[in-house]
Structure formats: C-alpha cells, structure tokens
Design a protein around this ligand. Structure first.
Ligand SMILES: *Cc1c(COP(=O)(O)O)cnc(C)c1O
Length: 369
C-alpha cells in the first residue's frame, strides 16, 4: 500500500457533507442574509447549549475572541498576564494589544500550563492568567483556580483548540471570566474561512463583547463605547451549524485514532505520547492535535515525509520565548527541553484507522523495531 497522508486535507471538508453545505449556502445567499442574521443567532444558541453556558458570542476569529475577552475584562495597561510559552503568538499579541504585558511560564509534562511556574511569576503587577488548552486537552485547573482565588487574579482561557474538552466535568472555557474559541478550518469545529466565538456566564462581559464586535453599537443603534468590526459572518455561521451537528462523531473518531496511536506506539522508548483518551477520569480530551515528543525528531519527520506522511512542528518549531525580537521574559525550562522533540502526527476526521496503522508501521521502521 502506497501512502499519501497529508497532515490536514482541507479539500476533504466540503465533500464530507456536500449537499447540506450547498443547500445552506444557497439559502443564505438567496436571502441576502450576510451579516448578523438568523444563522448567527441560532449558532450562538446551539453553541451555548452544547457547552451549557449562558452566553456564546460569534466573532471574526479566535484571535479576536481573545482580544475582545481581554478588552472586556478589568485588565489595564501595564498589568501582567501570565501565559505559557508553548502557545500560538496570538495569545501574547492580544495581551500587548490592550497595553498589558505577557509573562511567559513553563508547561507540565502534558504540555499545558504549569501552575508551579505560574506561582513563581506572580507579583504585584500580575492581573490575570491565560491558560491555553492546547491539542484538545483542558489544563489541570485545580491549582490555577486556587492561585487565581488566593491572589485575586482573573482567568481568561484560550480554548481555541479545546471545544468540548473538559477537566473534572467542566468544559474548557468555563473556568474563568471568558473562554475563546477558533473555527479556523483545521480546528475540530472548522468553518470555511475564519471564525471564532467567546463564551461567558457573566452578563456584563457578554454585553460589552457584543458592543465591541459591532462598532460599539447597542440594539438601539446608540454607540456606547469604541468598538470594531469583529462579527462572525452569517455564511460561516450557517456552515458551523452543520458542523456542530456532527461534532460528537468528529470527536469520537479522533479519540479512536488516538487510541490506536497509543496501542501501536505506546511502548516505543524513543517516543513520549500524549495521555491516552481514557487514561484519566479527570480529563476528557478531544485531540485537536496529536502532539508527541520524539527522539531524533527531525530525521523522523524527514523519513515520514519521504513516505508521504505529513507531520508538523508546532508553531514552526518555536515557542514564544524563542522569538528573540519579541523580548519576552519568564521561566520555561521544560518547554525549552521538549520543544526540540515536538512533532504533530496526522489525526483528523478525514484519516482512516488503516492510515494510522500505516503511519505507525513507518514510525516502527524508523526506530528499527
Ligand atoms: C487557532 C488558535 C488561535 C487563533 O485562532 P484564529 O481563529 O486563527 O485567529 C489562538 N490560540 C490557539 C491556541 C490556537 O490554536
């Protein structure tokens, strides 16, 4: 069998439910229902039901979701916000966009925010913590919540990779003041362009975010604050309504594939795999990504690429503290050690279990097993 397993096959998204998408798009286009129309509000309703949260607000993308969440909070210019170094640039950039200062912390063995590292960085200027629930796993929030309560810090969550993932039966995005989600096409709930959402149980935060996303205008058309254009397209909302219907299937398939990786690669000493789907009763992981640590990573990546198996280095191989021109400071020993071995293996709904087996055959072959 000759493999051709791209890391993510964008062209597979539309055919998956082509008739339903075509019908929904046709419907929106023929009504001329482009901006702030019924599909947007219906999607917000369905999303808030799915996550059992009071408000879900559609916005332009995940980065905007972070920015508006930060803006709506009480974080002021020069306040410090602690965020893991192993994350996307958008986390730190949005903190700087409100005039605050990102302080980088280390991560734990599961690659998520390390509360001990956070604790060491807290000082009089610290105002908030931004946990990032990477790869579809919710961070262990016990200690983070404890720190936030005892030091009176806000929590704004980056849940862009973790829709439906939970820790101790609480969904990612519901631990703090607000949680941000992305619907970038390769996300577990991806649309056909850019999209994002914010969830919150706080009425006042929700009200502010709705103002910010639409030029500061309230329902009467009165401009109360300086806002922006940060709306989620109605056409994308129509697509998301369809994708949300199949979301549980999507996650089940991903967990099935993750289980197979675990069965096949779990005993290879040169690898450190993410926690397996049912390895902890506290975590429900949705496997946005399958992020491993691999000895001799660059050679493994090259070997797999020759076999036409697509893999990716997270953030192109760099954590935030590696971008020297950004001058970010903090503590990140584990992050720096692990980042040279990080590799994302293919895992998504367009990949069959037989293809995972093939990837595993190649990995075994690479390590001479
Ligand atoms: C995708 C992502 C974002 C940004 O989302 P966009 O929709 O691309 O703006 C932010 N943080 C993390 C961790 C992400 O994975």
């Amino acid at each position: 069998m000759m493999s051709n397993i791209p890391f993510f096959d964008y062209a597979s998204l539309y055919p998956a439910h082509k008739d339903e998408y075509s019908e929904a798009i046709e419907n929106v286009l023929s009504r001329g229902a482009f901006i702030m129309q019924s599909e947007l509000f219906e999607f917000e309703d369905k999303l808030s039901n799915y996550l059992d949260v009071k408000h879900a607000i559609g916005v332009a993308d995940g980065t905007t979701a972070l920015l508006l969440s930060l803006r709506a909070s009480e974080i002021q210019a020069y306040d410090e916000v602690i965020v893991p170094s192993h994350t996307f640039a958008a986390c730190a950039s949005t903190i700087t966009q409100i005039g605050a200062v990102p302080i980088l912390c280390d991560c734990c063995e599961d690659h998520l925010i390390d509360p001990e590292s956070v604790e060491k960085l807290i000082n009089g200027k610290t105002k908030a913590i931004m946990p990032v629930h990477l790869n579809g796993r919710t961070a262990n929030m016990d200690k983070i919540l404890e720190l936030a309560h005892s030091k009176k810090l806000l929590i704004i969550e980056d849940a862009c990779q973790a829709l439906g993932s939970s820790f101790k039966n609480t969904f990612a995005g519901k631990f703090g003041l607000a949680g941000a989600f992305s619907f970038y096409p390769s996300k577990t709930l991806g649309c056909f362009g850019d999209g994002g959402a914010i969830i919150t149980n706080d009425d006042e935060i929700a009200r502010k975010i709705k103002l910010f996303r639409d030029h500061g205008r309230n329902e009467e058309g009165d401009i109360e604050v300086w806002g922006n254009n940060a709306r989620l397209d109605n056409l994308q909302a129509a697509v998301l309504l369809i994708r949300l219907k199949y979301y549980d299937e999507e996650i089940m398939h991903r967990r099935l594939l993750a289980n197979r990786y675990e069965e096949r690669l779990g005993n290879i000493e040169a690898l450190k795999l993410p926690p397996a789907p049912d390895s902890s009763k506290d975590h429900y992981d949705i496997f946005q990504n399958y992020e491993i640590e691999a000895k001799n990573r660059d050679a493994l990546k090259k070997f797999l690429s020759e076999k036409k198996v697509g893999t990716i280095l997270p953030w192109g191989g760099y954590c935030l503290h590696n971008f020297n021109k950004l001058n970010l400071t903090g503590h990140y020993d584990y992050t720096e050690k692990m980042r040279k071995e990080l590799l994302l293996l293919p895992l998504n709904s367009s990949i069959a279990i037989e293809e995972i087996d093939l990837v595993c055959d190649y990995v075994e072959c690479f390590y001479n097993l």
